[in-house]
Design a protein around this ligand. Structure first.
Ligand SMILES: Cc1cc2nc3c(=O)[nH]c(=O)nc-3n(C[C@H](O)[C@H](O)[C@H](O)COP(=O)(O)OP(=O)(O)OC[C@H]3O[C@@H](n4cnc5c(N)ncnc54)[C@H](O)[C@@H]3O)c2cc1C
Length: 659
């Protein structure tokens, strides 16, 4: 190994590491907190919770986001819930079990110690949010309710109907607002970070664009935290909000921060299928629906053909002719297998011709059994807004009776298909959530820390809030403890000058290409390449083709892009062009990583490496590491650095959801 990475994981048995860490970490002298400024970029669940906590602890926080309000961060879209090991159901859950499920769910590619810490603080998150007034669903007796998510045999997901992200974000936002009011947090909305400024090897500030005036502004601080979300929109069509981008993360990567496991991209099994080429967004139907919905395709190919031609409807197919393929293949977990497993199984059925809509790329998610068992009222209480959202988009209400066969009522099923949803890869961070640039931290979806090769449902909100409320506010102090003696640097330094000039030059370059193609048309083409060659099923051959196509398309971007308007004032097209420039870097990084990993694990599926039953085949002997990439300049292959994984509490084995 060319380089050894210090992940700062304390020695000792896994459950003790975090306690050990806390016992020995350095804290900032309370008097000095007032002298320390921290920039937090992002106001999603990770950013808002971190900014609020750091402000409350006494630091001066500068908090930025691209939306007009923190409440509009992409986190608001989260539907299904948030995990915690409270064991309110008395079903045998525990911190250890959540830890185990998460490591197993990540296909044994996550850092053990980080995941343990995550499981341990999961319970505090629920208490914190309840204290903030988050209206989690409750049982009749007043106890917080739980439901199940994939990859778990216990019920540990706390939820607020299908709007959990929104409610959690409102909670974090109220804490943030209190700190804004107390003047501990200065909030900058409609500001986009364009670059990180490095002074003497440490992150000392950022260059941000005021998205309304178009002006570039400089911010200096003692540390910078990025909480800017994932890179799912590299694929153009995804369940992510349209504004999600990876510009801040990619710019940190260009400046020397390592990027870890980029090929680990999550494809969610239950999204509304693509229905044309004019679409710019895909809609998620929460995984929580798999608690009560059953996934199926017809057993007979002639039924599938009839469904595709529109001469038959799903509800006309009797029970005995339905293939509940997840229940058949994975009896122990059934419809609640992890997302990567469920997505591949749907693709396998559709590839074999059993798809149920006109494109052949859809399977059914059917609530007939649960509505017959529990009644429509109960199902609506659990998923009402999701049913309504589905109806608004497709004009089909999944609670409508459509047929009766042998006295059994059949309701109109949803149609779903896998889509890009979440990115497990991200900026590499050590145990303290510090990147490979001292003073630069990354939290939430934009880091790689806890999910390995596949994220279990309801674990992203858990990780984002764990990072923001309970981990970063402590670990960052270890870095800041001796920084109080170093005053904040002036924004007149040449490093700020150079960074600002470079950003300005890039804006001019993009505006002056004056070609013929819109940002969206090129982005859409990039998305097709990503989905086709770097998507659900990858091969070495396909990845090389994908890389070549991306390279050619990037040239087209550099020579034939058209961005209207000027850099003064609001220019949404210019902002999108910057994002697309960075999606190109990201797309190639995903492909390089996927090409280097000659195995299948979690969301990274290489067709050459699968079992006879079509399951992912890992190669622990050669790939039991975090793949960290160092930028080597535009168009050049980045350098791979490996962080070996070490497991001491959990036995690394083949994932099994069958029994
Ligand atoms: C439809 C959907 C449903 C989901 N449901 C669930 C669920 O039920 N449970 C679960 O656990 N997870 C769920 N997830 C995943 C989860 O919502 C996200 O992983 C999580 O919210 C990410 O939070 P974050 O704070 O890291 O980033 P985000 O919420 O994406 O926030 C990013 C922030 O960074 C800011 N930003 C970005 N770039 C810049 C820049 N250059 N300069 C300044 N600011 C910038 C944005 O303005 C925003 O404030 C879901 C995801 C989707 C898409």
């Amino acid at each position: 190994m060319a380089k050894v990475i210090d992940s700062k994981i304390p020695a000792g048995p896994v459950p003790e590491k975090w306690k050990e860490y806390k016992a020995h970490q350095r804290l900032v002298n309370p008097k000095n907190k007032l002298k320390l400024d921290i920039i937090v970029v992002g106001t999603g669940l990770a950013g808002a919770s971190a900014a609020a906590s750091l402000g409350e602890m006494g630091f001066n926080v500068i908090n930025l986001c691209i939306q007009d309000s923190p409440r509009r961060a992409h986190s608001i879209a989260a539907q299904g819930g948030i995990n915690a090991a409270k064991c309110y159901q008395n079903d045998g859950d525990s911190v250890y079990r959540l830890f185990y499920d998460t490591v197993k769910g990540g296909d044994y590619r996550a850092r053990e110690a980080n995941v343990y810490r995550l499981a341990e603080v999961s319970n505090n998150i629920i208490d914190q949010c309840v204290a903030q007034g988050v209206p989690f669903a409750r049982e009749y007796g007043g106890m917080l309710a739980n439901r199940s998510f994939g990859g778990a045999q216990v019920s540990r997901t706390f939820y607020a109907k299908g709007q959990t992200g929104q409610q959690l974000l409102l909670g974090a936002y109220s804490s943030l607002s209190a700190q804004v009011q107390a003047k501990k947090v200065k909030l900058y909305t409609r500001y986009e970070m364009e670059d990180v400024v490095i002074v003497d090897g440490r992150a000392r500030g950022i260059i941000a664009k005021n998205l309304v005036t178009g002006k570039l502004e400089r911010f200096s601080a003692n540390a910078v935290v990025i909480a800017t979300g994932g890179y799912g929109n590299t694929y153009f069509l995804s369940t992510n909000a349209m504004g999600c981008n990876c510009t801040a993360a990619v710019q940190c990567y260009r400046k020397g921060a390592m990027f870890a496991n980029p090929s680990y991209v999550q494809i969610h099994p239950t999204c509304i299928p693509v229905h044309g080429d004019k679409q710019s967004k895909l809609t998620l139907m929460s995984e929580s629906l798999r608690n009560d919905g059953r996934i199926w395709v017809p057993k007979k190919i002639e039924d599938a053909k009839a469904l595709q031609q529109g001469t038959k409807q799903g509800w006309e197919i009797p029970e005995e002719d339905r293939d509940y393929y997840l229940e058949r293949r994975y009896p122990a977990f059934g419809n609640l297998v992890p997302r990567d497993v469920a997505s591949r199984a749907a693709k396998e059925r559709c590839d074999k011709g059993f798809g149920v809509n006109n494109t052949g790329l859809a399977v059914f998610l059917d609530f007939s059994e649960s509505i017959n068992r529990l009644g429509l009222d109960v199902i609506m209480q659990r998923y009402g807004n999701l049913f309504e959202m589905y109806e608004e988009i497709t004009d089909v209400f999944p609670g409508d009776v459509a047929n009766e066969i042998n006295g059994v009522k059949y309701y109109k099923p949803m149609m779903i298909y896998p889509a890009i949803h979440y990115t497990m890869g991200g900026i590499w961070v050590d145990y303290e959530l510090q990147t490979s640039i001292p003073g630069l931290f990354a939290i939430g979806e934009c880091n790689f820390s806890d999910h390995g090769a596949n994220r279990l449902g309801a674990s992203a909100l858990m990780q984002g809030l764990a990072d923001g409320y309970f981990v970063l506010p402590y670990t960052i102090q270890n870095y800041l403890a001796d920084q109080a003696v170093w005053p904040k640097v002036s924004t007149d330094l040449k490093e700020f000058d150079e960074a600002e000039k470079a950003v300005d030059k890039e804006l001019d370059r993009l505006l002056n290409i004056k070609g013929k193609r819109s940002v969206d048309s090129i982005h859409k083409e990039l998305g097709h390449i990503m989905w086709e060659y770097v998507g659900m099923a990858r091969t070495a051959e396909g990845l090389k083709t994908g890389l070549k196509k991306m390279h050619d398309l990037e040239k087209e971007f550099d020579t034939n892009l058209f961005v209207p308007g000027t850099k003064e004032g609001l220019n949404v097209e210019l902002d999108k062009a910057i994002h697309l420039r960075d999606f190109f870097t990201m797309g190639q990084l995903v492909a390089f990583d996927a090409l280097s990993r000659n195995e299948s694990c979690g969301g990274h599926f290489r067709e050459e490496y699968q079992t006879e039953e079509g399951e992912a085949k890992r190669d622990d002997e050669h790939y039991f590491y975090v793949g960290c990439w160092e930028y080597q300049g535009k168009g050049n292959e980045p350098t791979l650095v490996k962080e070996p994984l070490e497991y001491e509490a959990i036995k690394v084995q083949t994932r099994n959801y069958k029994n």
